[in-house]
Design a protein around this ligand. Structure first.
Ligand code: GLA
Length: 379
């Protein structure tokens, strides 16, 4: 049985790139537990690109780099499993990975079998170096089928960057998630762009195959492989809230061995994680853009118990009055209904005036409410 909710974990790429090894992965495994991230729901430890040698063995199998991973990948799987966590690895549908290590093209079945033998639980499958004769759909269907027949339940995380109209075909490949955008970088511009790129593709995500907005940069603070200038803590808060509301997997990318307290507070926000993992998995929708402006999306999700999550996201460079009429989210005032609830980061009560939820949101900030529908006693 594959995952029916967006997954949560940690991945090597954002901070470490090719500088990965056994010791780092074991330390990160321990850190996930010691920091409380495991208790908050993070469970996958994922080794990204650059883990193998540059060729295959005489049986055509992938081989772990003996310098980086002296005891092999099964040893790591055993360690991670012994801590109650799950193990993720990386390959690519082309002849080589994006960092030019062997890809799985024409080796899909042997690679799926190898991963199963190593007791891998998750495969991130990338989109570089495809030969012209085989398109993405074919190659992802092929790996999807190979995984379905490998004898182990392996989460299939497609990393197609939204290329080649991925949304039209990814759901038929067996993938559990699909990367709907290009790579994230540790900068405000990158976060803003990835959010804006979701607007038109939200209907194609949801349970079965969630849109993956790429790994989190929360807490990178300008360090590491994809570290640009870094973001402010408010920008990281907006980033995390958007990923939760939009049902993206939460794959941490900072160095969790040195997790900053501010980052921990954001990454373990219980209200946001419960919205992300809501049992009903209803899809998010954009109810409006304030002033029809792409910088001011109001994002909504209807939750399992009938609550409604509403997020005001100010992607603009000045403070902005953001608002939504309750009528526009299915709560008609003429039927005597209103809402009550709190903002998830500050605990501030939602402000409803004239049947309208409103909030002045600072530049690059957000306000996300979990709202209960209530009788309006003023009517
Ligand atoms: C692509 C992916 C990244 C990362 C690198 C590794 O760019 O989108 O997430 O896996 O490849 O080379």
């Amino acid at each position: 049985m594959n995952n029916l909710k967006p997954v949560m974990g940690w991945n090597t790429w954002n901070t470490f790139g090719e500088k990965i090894n056994e010791e780092l992965i074991m330390q990160a495994t321990d850190a996930l537990i010691e920091t409380g991230l495991k208790d908050a729901g993070y469970e996958y430890i994922i080794v990204d690109d650059c883990w193998s040698i540059k060729g295959r063995d005489e049986n055509g199998r992938l081989v772990a780099d003996p310098v980086k991973f002296p005891h092999g990948m099964k040893y790591l799987a055993d360690y991670i499993h012994s801590k109650g966590l799950k193990f993720g690895m990386y390959s690519c549908c082309g002849t080589m990975t994006c960092a030019l290590y062997p890809g799985s093209y024409n080796h899909e079945y042997v690679d799926a079998a190898t991963l199963a033998e190593w007791e891998v639980d998750y495969l991130k499958y990338d989109y570089c170096m495809q030969p012209k004769c085989a398109d993405g759909q074919l190659l992802f269907r092929r790996m999807g089928l190979a995984l379905a027949n490998c004898g182990r339940d392996i989460h299939f995380a497609a990393c197609t960057w939204g290329e080649d109209e991925t949304h039209k075909w990814i759901g038929s490949t067996g993938a559990n998630t699909w990367r709907s955008t290009g790579d994230i970088f540790d900068s405000w511009e990158s976060v803003k762009r990835l959010i804006q790129l979701q607007y038109d593709i939200l209907p194609f995500g949801g349970q079965g195959c969630f849109n993956d907005m790429d790994m989190l940069i929360v807490g990178m603070c300008g360090n590491g492989n994809v570290g640009l200038g870094g973001c402010t803590w408010n920008e990281y808060k907006l980033h995390f809230a958007a990923w939760c509301l939009l049902q993206s997997p939460l794959i941490i990318g900072c160095d969790i061995r040195n997790l900053r307290p501010e980052a921990k507070e954001i990454l373990t926000n219980k209200e946001l994680i419960s919205i992300l993992l809501d049992a009903r998995c209803n899809r998010p929708y954009i109810v409006k853009k304030v002033n029809f402006d792409d910088n001011f999306p109001v994002i909504v999700r209807v939750l399992d118990n009938g609550d409604v999550a509403v997020g005001f996201f100010n992607l603009g460079d000045d403070a902005a009055n953001m608002w939504v009429a309750l009528d526009d989210i299915g709560i008609p005032s003429l039927q005597g209904k209103t809402v009550a609830g709190k903002e998830v980061y500050t605990g501030e009560e939602a402000c409803v005036t004239n049947e309208t939820l409103l909030k002045c949101v600072e530049a690059h900030g957000c306000a996300v409410y979990r709202l209960k529908i209530a009788d309006n006693t003023r009517i």
